[in-house]
Design a protein around this ligand. Structure first.
Ligand code: SF4
Length: 330
């Protein structure tokens, strides 16, 4: 056992779907969120979601280390659960750290997250699958593999990266270091839990979704076209034999504290096309940034998607709704 058990940081990945995703729905939204740095997600929901990830991440790391063969975390094999922080202690530590880091007071959600976790353990007393990884940060680069196929490749399979070709962006925008002329185009993703199923031997990436909403049987279908799972598919097929796909681990953060595990339907056509779309999207964003930084373009030039379903979605109004409608300061 280590004297200093590991605290797992489950924070956002640097070029993850929170960076790329908004650009696939609305240029204006991407500009406001990324370039202006505005955050529209309900802060309380985001905090509670992160707290759920912290406690579940440590829970599964300890289960993984308790397996006879242990499991690998950040390149090292662990066989003693005590090498990882107790999940409840880790939660309290995260709350202290986030307050120091940015002033967020997450303490009102500690009790609820502990209740969620204790109910989760009652509902999921056994875990039959073999744990292969927890909170693994994956990185993919656009380019060509050794056979000359264009796609999104792990470092092992990447032969030649495709570099961002956007003169004028030699120095990146300070809020967008991900896009720079002459640099590779990268997508990252934190994979919550990787398991080999005891039922069929396939490898699945489990994605924890801590939700205040429904965990009904059809939730997973809504995620089939969520681009973040295209990233999972590119990582999964290159990293593990017999990759089976993504499963949602839906965890309700309110009474009756239901838990539901659902397979996300595959989207092979979208997955195949995703690298080409990402290439075009990165260049489009880069060109718009160059124009904005030179003063040739203003916020008004960033396209507004202008559709009722995106501007007024299932969680309510887009955070930029009034600004988009009436103008004024962001
Ligand atoms: S209100 Fe509509 S147009 Fe404006 S940022 Fe949101 S999604 Fe885009």
């Amino acid at each position: 056992m280590s004297n200093d058990p590991i605290f797992i940081n489950t924070g956002r990945s640097p070029a993850g779907w929170s960076f790329w995703g908004p650009a696939f729905s609305c240029d204006q939204l991407w500009f406001i969120k990324t370039v202006l740095g505005r955050e529209f997600v309900n802060a309380d929901a985001l905090t509670q979601g992160t707290m759920g990830h912290i406690i579940l991440g440590h829970h599964y790391a300890r289960l993984g280390a308790a397996q006879p063969e242990g499991f690998v975390f950040e390149g090292k094999t662990y066989t003693d659960p005590e090498d990882f922080m107790d999940p409840e202690d880790a939660l309290r530590r995260w709350v202290r750290e986030i307050e120091k880091e940015n002033g967020t007071d997450a303490s009102p959600f500690i009790h609820n997250t502990l209740t969620l976790y204790r109910n989760y353990r009652v509902r999921e007393p056994f875990f039959a699958d073999r744990i292969l990884g927890v909170e693994m940060l994956a990185k993919l680069t656009l380019g060509y593999d050794k056979e000359g196929n264009f796609g999104l490749w792990t470092d092992t399979n990447l032969e030649t990266p495709t570099l961002l070709d956007c003169p004028g962006l030699e120095v990146p925008h300070p809020n967008v270091p991900q896009l720079q002329h002459g640099q590779p185009i990268i997508v990252t993703k934190r994979l919550d839990l990787i398991v080999r199923s005891s039922r069929n031997g396939q490898v699945y990436i489990d994605d924890h979704k801590v939700t205040g909403g429904s965990v009904g049987p059809t939730v997973a279908e809504k995620y089939a076209m969520d681009g973040q799972f295209s990233v999972n598919d590119w990582v999964g097929r290159q990293t593990w034999d017999n990759y089976g796909g993504v499963r949602l681990n839906l965890v309700q953060r309110r009474d009756p504290w239901s838990v539901s595990k659902q397979n996300v339907p595959p989207a092979p056509y979208r997955n195949r096309n995703f690298p080409r779309q990402l290439f075009r999207k990165a260049h489009h964003l880069a060109e718009m940034l160059v124009g904005t930084m030179s003063g040739e373009l203003t916020q008004a030039d960033w396209e507004q998607t202008q559709t009722d379903l995106l501007c007024y979605h299932r969680f309510g109004k887009c955070g930029a709704f009034d600004q988009c409608r009436l103008g004024g300061a962001a």
